[in-house]
Design a protein around this ligand. Structure first.
Ligand code: GDP
Length: 725
C-alpha cells in the first residue's frame, strides 16, 4: 500500500482538479456494484480487510437495514487515493502521480431512482457494472439512460466473469444492441468461469495474470506477461477493431490509420480519453470483483479515461427570480457555488449535507447563502468520509465533494453559495410517486413524532411524499414502490422510534385535463359587519406529459390587487394538490390568472385563496378531465415452456407486449403493464412457472385509465376518499 499525503486541511489544495475524479458506480442490483466499490476501496489502501457483501460488512452499506437487505439505498460519498504504477511495457496516461477519487455510491434498485438521479447530477464520470452472465438487465438500462440524460461519460465493467455461464461477447453485444452504446473492449478475459486467469490489455498487447496465492493475498498482485500464443490472434483483432473504432471519431488517429502508420499506445489512450469524456465512446473492461481480478486496471482506467472536473462543461444555473442563465466556471478563484445533493442523518455526527463544489472554495467558519430560502448559515464543521471513517477537514475546493455538519433548512437540490453570487443551479428532476398507503402510529401519542419523522424523511428524499388527507385525517405516504415505502417505515422505527400500522398499498392515480377551459371563483360573504370578498377568473390548458404544473399571473390592470395574487395562486395550488375529479393530485396543466375583482373593505387573503380554489375546480371540470395511472415496464425471464401462459397472463393484466426474445436458452418478455394490475404478480408468476420464471419492473409513464375502470375508481373514491396522493 503506498503512502499518500492525504491531508486535506491545507489552505492550498493538495489535489489540483486535474487529479480529481468524481465517479459513480452504477449497476443493476446484484451485478456487483457493492463488491466492486469495496475492492476499489481496498486497493486504494483504505480498508485493510476486505468486507464481503455476503457478510454484511461493507463500507458503503452503512445503513443497518441495507445490510439486512444487501442493497445499497443511499449514496454515500467516499474519498480515496490512487497512484498509477509504472509498469514495464504498459503505458498509462498519468503514471506515478497521486490522484484523488470521490466515489458516489448509486443505488441499483429502481425504487430508489431519486438517489440515482441526484448522484448522476454531481458525477463527472461513471463505471457501469454489468453482470457477465445476465448482460444488460432492465435496471442497468434505466441507470444508463439516466447517465445519458445527465451527460455522464462511462466505462463499462463486465463483472462476474468467474461465474458459470459468463460470456463477455454476449454482454458486449447486449450493450451495443440494447443501450446503443459505441462500446469497444480495452481488456479481454483470459479464460472464463473457474478458469478466469487474467486479462489481456488490448492497447498494450500484454497479459495480466493473477496468480492463485493464498486466499488472503489472492488478487493482490498480478504478473505482466506477453499475450499467450493461443490468444494472440484475438488480442490483435481486438486492437485493430479498437483503433478503427477510435479512428472513426478522432482525426488524429484517423490520420495515422490512413497513412498506414503505427498508432502509439500513448496516442491511442489519449484519443480514447477524449472520446470517452465527450460521450462518443464507451471503453469496456471485464473481470471478477469478487475474485479480485481486474480491479486495479479498472481504477487505472478511471484515472485514464474518466473526466476531471475541468473536462466537463461548466455547471449551469439561473439568477433567482429571472430567466437569466448563469455559467459557473470551475475555479478556486471564483466565488463559492455548490449543490447539496444528499441529506443524511448520521448516528454520530448528526445531520450531514453532502455537497459538490462547482466553483470557489469553502472554509470552515465561512457563511453560506441559500438562494431558495434567502437564508445564511455559518459552516461550523466540514467533513469527508474516508473508508467509513468521518474525517474533519478545513476546506472544500472547486470540484470536491464533502459534507456539511449541523446545518438546518437545507433540502436536496439546494444551491449553496456566496451571498454575492446569488445563483440557483439546475436541480435534478425527479419522477412522480406511483404508490401510496395510509399510515398511523401504533400508539396515538406518537402521532406528532411520526409526522415529524416523515417530514424529515421527505426532506431527504424527493420521491417520497407525505401529507394528511383533509377529508379523513389519515396520514398518507407515497413513493416509488412497495420496497421504498417499506424502508421508510423501517427507518421511522429505527431512527425516530415510532412503530406504524400501514394500510394496503394504493395506486397513486393522477388527474389531468384534455382541453382548454375557463373557470371563475367567487368567495363573497356580505351580511352586516366586515365581510369577505374574493373573485378570480382563470384559464387552464393541458401541459405536455411530464412538464408538470405552470401557474402564471396575467393580470396587469389591477383587477386583483398585487398583494392578493399570491393568495389566488396558493388556492390554485392547493386545489391542484388535493385533486378535483377524484381526489388525486393534478399533473401537467397550465393555469393563467386572467381577471377578477375586489372590494375596498371586504377583500382579504383568505377570500382570494378560496376564490383561487373555486376557480381551479370549475375550470378543471370544464376541461374534460381524465384519470391517469402509472404504467410499469415489466421484464419477465422464463424457460420457453411457460412463455404461452405468462404472455396470456400479462395480456389479461391489460399488458402490452413490446417484444419477446431468446437469450441463453431463456425467453425474455418485455411488456408495459398498468401498476394496478401488478399486485400479487410475484405469486402468480411463481405458480404459473413452478417457480422458474422471474421478473422485474420499473415505472415507465402515466397513461389514461380506460373509462370502464375509471368509473369504478371514481365511484370508490366518492365513497372512500382516503386513497389520494
Ligand atoms: P450490488 O447489488 O450490485 O451492490 O451487488 P453486490 O456487490 O452486493 O453483489 C451481489 C452478489 O454477487 C453478492 O453475493 C456478491 O458476492 C456476488 N458477486 C459480486 N461480484 C462478483 C463476482 O465478480 N463474481 C462472483 N462470482 N460473484 C460476485
Amino acid at each position: 500500500m503506498h503512502e499518500v499525503n492525504t491531508s486535506l486541511n491545507s489552505s492550498e489544495r493538495q489535489f489540483p482538479m486535474e487529479r480529481t475524479r468524481n465517479i459513480g458506480i452504477a449497476a443493476h442490483i446484484d451485478a456487483g456494484k457493492t463488491t466492486t466499490t469495496e475492492r476499489i476501496l481496498f486497493y486504494t489502501g483504505l480498508i485493510h480487510k476486505i468486507g464481503d457483501v455476503d457478510d454484511g460488512n461493507t463500507v458503503t452499506d452503512w445503513m443497518s437495514q441495507e445490510k439486512e437487505r444487501g442493497i445499497t439505498i443511499t449514496s454515500a460519498a467516499v474519498t480515496c487515493f490512487w497512484k498509477q504504477k509504472q509498469e514495464e511495457g504498459v503505458v498509462k496516461l498519468f503514471g506515478d502521480i497521486d490522484q484523488r477519487i470521490n466515489i458516489i455510491d448509486t443505488p441499483g434498485h429502481v425504487d430508489f431512482t431519486a438517489e440515482v438521479e441526484r448522484s448522476m447530477r454531481v458525477l463527472d464520470g461513471a463505471v457501469a457494472v454489468f453482470c457477465g452472465v445476465a448482460g444488460v438487465q432492465p435496471q442497468s438500462e434505466t441507470v444508463w439512460r439516466q447517465a445519458t440524460k445527465y451527460k455522464v461519460p462511462r466505462i463499462a465493467f463486465v463483472n462476474k466473469m468467474d461465474r458459470t455461464g459468463a460470456n463477455f461477447q454476449n454482454a458486449l453485444e447486449d450493450m451495443r444492441k440494447k443501450l446503443g452504446a459505441y462500446a469497444f473492449p480495452i481488456y479481454l478475459p483470459i479464460g472464463a468461469e473457474d478458469n478466469l486467469a487474467g486479462l489481456i490489455d488490448v492497447v498494450n498487447q500484454k497479459a495480466l495474470i493473477w496468480g492463485p496465492g493464498d486466499v488472503q493475498n489472492e488478487g493482490l498482485k498480478y504478473d505482466i506477461t506477453d499475450v499467450p500464443a493461443e490468444m494472440k490472434e484475438e488480442a490483435e483483432a481486438a486492437l485493430k477493431e479498437l483503433v478503427n473504432a477510435v479512428a472513426n471519431k478522432d482525426d488524429a488517429i484517423a490520420e495515422l490509420v490512413l497513412e498506414d502508420k503505427p498508432v502509439p499506445a500513448l496516442d491511442l489512450k489519449a484519443a480514447i480519453r477524449r472520446l470517452t469524456c465527450n460521450l462518443q465512446l464507451v471503453p469496456v473492461m471485464c473481470g471478477s470483483a469478487f475474485k479480485k481480478k481486474g480491479v486495479q486496471p479498472l481504477v487505472d482506467a478511471v484515472i485514464d479515461y474518466l473526466p476531471c472536473p475541468l473536462d466537463i462543461p461548466p455547471a449551469k444555473g439561473h439568477v433567482p427570480g429571472t430567466e437569466d442563465e448563469a455559467i459557473v466556471e470551475a475555479s478556486d478563484e471564483n466565488k463559492f457555488c455548490s449543490l447539496a445533493f444528499k441529506l443524511w442523518t448520521d448516528p454520530y455526527a448528526g445531520k450531514l449535507v453532502f455537497f459538490r463544489v462547482y466553483s470557489g472554495r469553502l472554509k470552515k467558519g465561512d457563511t453560506i447563502y441559500n438562494p431558495r430560502t434567502r437564508k445564511r448559515e455559518r459552516v461550523s464543521r466540514l467533513m469527508i468520509i474516508q473508508g467509513g471513517e468521518r474525517k474533519d477537514v478545513d476546506f472544500a475546493f472547486s470540484g470536491d465533494i464533502a459534507a456539511l455538519v449541523g446545518l438546518r433548512n437545507i433540502t436536496t437540490g439546494d444551491t449553496l453559495c456566496d451571498e454575492s453570487f446569488d445563483i440557483s443551479l439546475e436541480p435534478p428532476t425527479f419522477p412522480e410517486p406511483v404508490i401510496s398507503m395510509a399510515v398511523e402510529p401504533k400508539t396515538k401519542a406518537d402521532r406528532d413524532k411520526m409526522s415529524e419523522g416523515l417530514q424529515r424523511l421527505a426532506e431527504e428524499d424527493p420521491t417520497f411524499r407525505c401529507f394528511t388527507n383533509e377529508e379523513t385525517g389519515q396520514l398518507i405516504i407515497a413513493g416509488m414502490g412497495e420496497l421504498h415505502l417499506e424502508i421508510i417505515i423501517d427507518r421511522l422505527k429505527r431512527e425516530f422510534k415510532v412503530e406504524a400500522n400501514v394500510g394496503a398499498p394504493q395506486i397513486a392515480y393522477r388527474e389531468t385535463i384534455t382541453s382548454p377551459a375557463d373557470g371563475e371563483g367567487k368567495f363573497i360573504r356580505q351580511s352586516g359587519g366586515r365581510g369577505q370578498y374574493g373573485h378570480a377568473c382563470i384559464k387552464v390548458e393541458p401541459n405536455e406529459r411530464g412538464k408538470g404544473i405552470e401557474v402564471e399571473n396575467k393580470i396587469v390592470g389591477g383587477a386583483i390587487p398585487k398583494e392578493y395574487i399570491p393568495a389566488v395562486i396558493a388556492g390554485i395550488q392547493e386545489a391542484i394538490a388535493g385533486g378535483v375529479y377524484a381526489g388525486y393530485q393534478v399533473i401537467d396543466i397550465k393555469v393563467q390568472v386572467v381577471d377578477g375583482s375586489f372590494h375596498e373593505v371586504d377583500s382579504n387573503e383568505l377570500a382570494f385563496k378560496m376564490a383561487g380554489i373555486f376557480a381551479l375546480k370549475e375550470a378543471f371540470k370544464n376541461a374534460n378531465p381524465i384519470l391517469l395511472e402509472p404504467v410499469m415496464k415489466v421484464e419477465v425471464t422464463t424457460p420457453g415452456e411457460y412463455q404461452g401462459d405468462l404472455v396470456g397472463d400479462i395480456s389479461r393484466r391489460r399488458g402490452n407486449i413490446q417484444n419477446i426474445e431468446n437469450k441463453s436458452g431463456q425467453v425474455i418478455v418485455n411488456a408495459n403493464v398498468p401498476l394496478a394490475e401488478m399486485f400479487g404478480y410475484a405469486t402468480a408468476i411463481r405458480s404459473l412457472s413452478k417457480g422458474r420464471a422471474s421478473y422485474s419492473m420499473e415505472p415507465l409513464t402515466f397513461e389514461q385509465v380506460p373509462s370502464n375502470i375509471a368509473a369504478n375508481i371514481l365511484d370508490t373514491a366518492a365513497k372512500r376518499p382516503a386513497a389520494r396522493t
